[in-house]
Design a protein around this ligand. Structure first.
Ligand SMILES: NC(=O)c1ccc[n+]([C@@H]2O[C@H](COP(=O)([O-])OP(=O)(O)OC[C@H]3O[C@@H](n4cnc5c(N)ncnc54)[C@H](O)[C@@H]3O)[C@@H](O)[C@H]2O)c1
Length: 353
């Protein structure tokens, strides 16, 4: 039986990857998570419920209560399992949170990734290694692209970006947030293990990854948190850019499907921009309208005329490289379908309190 090692297995992407590889591909799944999200974001970020769900629902799922910063522990686990695939989803994932916890952020995102890469090189260098990177590696450089203001959103005015931001976009000389910088370090290291050691690695530079299994909080998981606020009648705060800032949203299942496609036909030291693309993009104002239409409840919100430091005004991923390299893969969940699932999940959670 093939074995997959997934870090951050109780989180949004990690849990989806565990379910997909167990159910659709018959893998034995080993998850690594220490519920650090609850340390980063407090009770609302707690992911134990998701760990329990995996333990209950998936046969052949083993949870390992391990911190990716524990170098000896990670090296030992990889040596014992010698997994056929490694998917690295554990992270301090928040742009805004990182400034308050710079050591925790860098130790988790950069050093934790190095621990896992080196563990993989020693135990299973031929196994595909998929790293969840982020579009924040581009810093705020996308904000230099000329924009046009539409009624409910910003969009690129430069036709060179009509399909979105490509992987060739600069990651240099812009403001990243400490989170973006620690993710650049890990992204470049994952590429380097691919090129220098000829390992089958890739970085997936995520836009907004979302779905019903996100423990969304104000500082991370925008769509999950926005829908939660609507369902619970809580105020949502919009930070700058008139609420017209654009995000491209991809359902976690489509992320897991791409990871499976890469694992089946891996390349070396690759980089992909992974998001919903333009058709699955929305501004915050548009997300309000879509959610209101589904719940029938007005979105209560306030506006702060100060954007988050380094925040993108308009970002959507150019998916053409992914489609070219993996023509069997495409987006299967539309934005409205995804929002529907998130609404249902929060309404269900509310009904069961
Ligand atoms: N969700 C998004 O919108 C998004 C966008 C771009 C990139 N990403 C990246 O994708 C990856 C997964 O994101 P997510 O949304 O699933 O995050 P998440 O916070 O839902 O899941 C991450 C999991 O990792 C665990 N974790 C954190 N630090 C750990 C540590 N030191 N040791 C062990 N476990 C630890 C957390 O407890 C959590 O369960 C991250 O690398 C993130 O930066 C996410």
């Amino acid at each position: 039986m093939k074995t997959i090692l997934v870090t951050g297995s109780s989180g949004l992407i990690g849990s989806e990857v565990c379910s997909y590889f167990a159910r659709e591909m018959g893998y034995a799944v080993h998850g690594v998570d220490n519920n650090q999200r609850a340390v980063f974001f407090g009770e609302q970020g707690d992911t134990r419920w998701n760990q329990k769900r995996l333990e209950h629902d998936l046969t052949g799922f083993a949870h390992h209560e391990l911190d990716v910063r524990d170098r000896a522990g990670i090296i030992d686990l990889a040596a014992r399992l010698r997994p056929s695939v490694i998917v690295h989803c554990a992270a301090q994932p928040s742009h805004d949170r990182a400034a308050a916890i710079p050591f925790d952020d860098f130790d988790t995102n950069a050093v934790g990734t190095l621990n896992l890469l080196e563990a993989a090189r020693r135990a299973c260098p031929e196994s595909p290694f998929i790293h969840m990177s982020t579009n924040k590696v581009y810093g705020d450089a996308p904000n230099l692209i000329p924009l046009r203001e539409l009624e409910t959103r910003w969009d690129y005015a430069d036709p060179a970006f009509e399909h979105g931001i490509p992987e060739s976009f600069t990651i240099d000389q812009s403001k990243h947030s400490l989170f973006g910088a620690s993710k650049v370090a890990s992204d470049v290291m994952v590429q380097e293990y691919g090129r220098y050691f000829d390992m089958p690695t890739c970085c997936l530079r995520g836009g907004c990854l979302t779905g019903p299994n996100h423990s969304g909080v104000e500082l991370h998981g925008f769509l999950s948190y926005l829908v939660k606020c609507n369902v619970e009648g809580r105020p949502y705060t919009v930070f700058g850019y008139k609420g017209k800032q654009v995000r491209d949203n991809i359902h976690a299942l489509d992320v897991a499907r791409f990871i499976a496609a890469f694992a089946a036909a891996p390349r070396r030291g690759e980089v992909y921009n992974l998001g919903g693309g333009k058709p699955n993009s929305c501004s915050i104002l548009e997300a309000f309208a879509l959610t209101e239409a589904m719940t029938g409840k007005p979105q209560i919100y306030s506006y702060v005329d100060q954007n988050r430091a380094g925040d993108h005004i308009c970002y959507y991923s150019d998916l053409r490289k992914m489609r070219r390299h993996y023509p069997g893969w495409d987006i299967t969940k539309s934005l409205s379908h995804t929002i529907r699932e998130i609404v249902d999940a929060w309404e269900h959670a509310r009904a069961n309190v």
